[in-house]
Design a protein around this ligand. Structure first.
Ligand code: 1PR
Length: 482
């Protein structure tokens, strides 16, 4: 939809842009800004492009098990004259897309770098002063910033930080998560649940306060987190757009954090106290305008999946469908809040169950994972397996897979759950809940097909820095961005 929207903004705009580029004026296109230069795109298409570069932009082929969208830090093969890319070949840069252009004899004069993901697609093009890249330099940390500086100040020499570990393929992502809510004094704080209970077990029973959101986000960026997630955990009852501090947190954080920001909490249709109705698309758009790169939907996605499974029809009206249709599925994460329910045999429930690694309290050998809404407060008649497959159909681009039982326990991820879900879908899955040591990260990447691992308490409690987790993963032979 975005490709079509950009091209059809106005014929005059497209002609002006073509003139600008044909006059070899300085130009840097990013992601869609590269795809637009080609003849057309299949996204919601076919849609005509500006036609400056021969070729058609097509969707990755996920038929052989490739996870699409391509989300994360990958490496480039420099084909020639890297130009503003300079030393990027040995570093990871951030991609988030489902469509790509392919090199051919007709466009090879343009291609300066490719990236291998399923096939070798075009990662950057250049002709004279005209540059365009498929990845996001503005979200690729210091490597990306040096590319932008070289574009803006062509004569400047940029200091290069030597990279540890040569980039060679899509890296596993380590994500820092900030659960955010107002404390009893009304200040927005970073908190952390213990199985989703965020209150201290003290007489005052106050909301656990682990720091200031913007400061902590900046700290985790500096520490090497590959993404930062903010979860507005009382969004299910407070209206996010009325929650201006949350939007300000986003705006300030996005000024200093140059890796992707995901924001979740309260994304659904809403009617405020004055009777003004806001669609979920308006809520999500405000989050995007405030600096979010991806939004995450929890409760509303459960309701949408339940309705889809009951009717078998995609209504197109759910927040998940509307937001992924307008912004692309790569911008939409579904956050699943399941609790483990032990059973004796798979036939005990009409939901997909797993043979558990550790028996239940009464020796139960199986478990299913019941989805919840409103921050774990209400169990729903749907399992995590059924939900994940349904939301993938409805347009989710990624799954954030929490686990109430493991949340805040520091005893490791629920490997049975992560394996079940990451084997069930072809979109990336982020393992979440329970990280207590670097070994928990290598365990989840070795035993499951998780594309990323998210943690909160281990970082907020300053038990293990992000960098130590990544150094451990590198030692274990797991590709990470350093
Ligand atoms: O339902 O669309 O408003 O979204 C609400 C969002 O807020 C969901 O993503 C939901 O997971 C989250 N949420 C709601 N209540 C809580 C709570 O804790 N009371 N956070 C909550 C759940 C999950 C992770 C957590 C990991 C890692 N937190 O964010 O940080 O479990 O923790 P750990 O490494 O310390 O174990 P909606």
């Amino acid at each position: 939809m975005l490709f079509a929207a950009l091209v059809s903004t106005s014929k005059i705009m497209a002609e002006a842009l073509c003139d600008y580029i044909n006059n070899d004026r300085p130009f840097l296109g990013i992601c869609l800004g590269l795809q637009l230069l080609f003849e057309s795109s299949e996204e919601n298409g076919p849609v005509k492009g500006l036609g400056l570069i021969p070729g058609v932009v097509g969707r990755f082929d996920s038929s052989e098990g490739l996870r699409v969208p391509h989300i994360g830090w990958n490496s480039l093969q420099i084909e020639k004259d890297a130009g503003i890319l300079d030393d990027v070949a040995s570093r990871h840069v951030y991609f988030v897309h489902s469509y790509r252009a392919m090199p051919s004899d007709n466009n090879e004069e343009w291609v300066t770098a490719t990236c291998n993901y399923g096939d070798n697609f075009i990662a950057s093009v250049r002709r004279g002063n005209v540059n365009a890249v498929q990845f996001h330099p503005e979200k690729s940390g210091d490597v990306g910033l040096s590319i932008l500086r070289r574009f803006l100040h062509p004569k400047s020499s940029i200091s290069k930080k030597p990279a540890e570990g040569k980039a060679s393929k899509l890296a596993k992502r380590v994500i820092a998560c900030l659960d955010v809510r107002a404390n009893d004094k009304g200040d927005l704080v970073v908190t952390k649940g213990d199985q989703y209970d965020v209150r201290e077990q003290t007489e005052e029973n106050e909301v656990r306060n682990l720091g200031k959101p913007v400061e902590l986000a900046g700290q985790y960026y500096e520490d090497g987190a590959d993404e930062i997630s903010f979860l507005n955990i009382t969004g299910f009852r407070d209206f996010p757009l009325g929650d201006l501090p949350m939007l300000q947190v986003l705006r300030f954080a996005s000024e200093n954090v140059f890796v992707p920001l995901t924001v979740g909490g309260g994304i659904r249709d809403f009617t405020d106290a004055n009777g003004r109705h806001y669609t979920s698309l308006e809520v999500a758009s405000e989050y995007f305008r405030s600096g979010a790169d991806k939004i995450s939907i929890g409760s509303d996605a459960v309701y949408a999946a339940e309705e889809y499974l009951q009717t078998g029809v995609k209504s197109g009206k759910s927040s998940l469908e509307q937001i992924s249709r307008v912004y692309g599925n790569q911008a939409v994460v579904v956050s699943i809040d399941p609790r483990r329910v032990y059973i004796n045999t798979p036939n005990d429930v009409p939901f997909k169950s797993v043979k558990v690694t550790n028996l239940g309290p009464n020796g139960e050998a199986y478990a299913w994972y019941q989805c919840t809404v409103n921050g774990g407060r209400e169990g729903r008649p749907i399992g995590a397996y059924e939900l994940a497959k349904a939301v993938q159909e409805l347009g989710a681009g990624e799954i954030l897979l929490n686990c109430i039982d493991c949340d805040g326990q520091g005893k490791g991820f629920d490997i049975d759950l992560v394996k079940l879900i990451s084997d069930a879908v072809s979109i990336p899955v982020i393992a979440s809940s329970g990280a207590g040591s670097p070994e928990h990260f290598s365990e989840v990447f070795k035993k499951t097909n998780a594309s990323a691992a998210l943690a909160a308490g281990i970082f907020h409690r300053k038990e293990v820095p992000v960098l130590s987790v990544k150094e451990h993963l590198l030692k274990e032979g797991i590709e990470v961005r350093m």
